[in-house]
Ligand binder design. Structure first.
Ligand code: BTN
Length: 149
């Protein structure tokens, strides 16, 4: 047994490096983006459907900002390999607008989870002639606020 220990150690190290499962990215939890907006995703169900709340740091309106609900869906196909794509809608409770986000949950080179997203913010306009100026587009990067570990 004493002689077997170094052999087992070598075997463990040789197999272990490749045998470790890659870290997965989970949407559940609290996130902050590059604008300082906060969002919390409470849970993701077995079908990939989720809900949460969004506290934006900025607004296209002069209205008082309030926490707003979000509803979304993440891909559950096996091809996601722990870095799933997702989309969610924020129905702003303090304005007439809607924002849709789409993105992917990544594990970066430092092992940190990050959400890379693009969004469309649709504002209500008075009539069809103003439709051309009703939609803004942008990107946001979210990092985890409180660690899940
Ligand atoms: C509005 O202005 O009518 C509602 C608030 C919109 C906030 C936008 S959504 C895209 C971008 N990312 C954020 O975190 N906030 C802004």
């Amino acid at each position: 047994m004493v002689q077997a220990t170094p052999l087992l150690l070598v075997l463990f190290l040789a197999l272990g490096a490749h045998g470790l499962p890659a870290k997965k990215c989970s949407l559940t939890g609290s996130w902050i983006n590059d604008l300082g907006s906060n969002m919390t995703i409470t849970s993701v169900n077995a079908n990939g459907v989720f809900a949460g709340s969004y506290h934006t740091a900025v607004s296209a309106t002069s209205n008082k900002i309030k926490v707003s609900p979000l509803q979304g869906s993440q891909q559950k196909s096996p091809n996601q390999k722990g870095q799933p794509t997702f989309g969610f809608t924020v129905n702003w409770s303090f304005s007439d607008s809607i924002t849709v986000f789409t993105g992917q949950c990544f594990v970066d080179d430092d092992g940190k989870e990050v959400l890379r997203t693009m969004w469309l913010l649709r504002s209500r306009v008075e009539n069809i002639n103003s439709d051309w100026k009703a939609t803004r587009v942008g990107t946001n990067v979210f990092t985890r606020l409180q660690s899940q570990e």
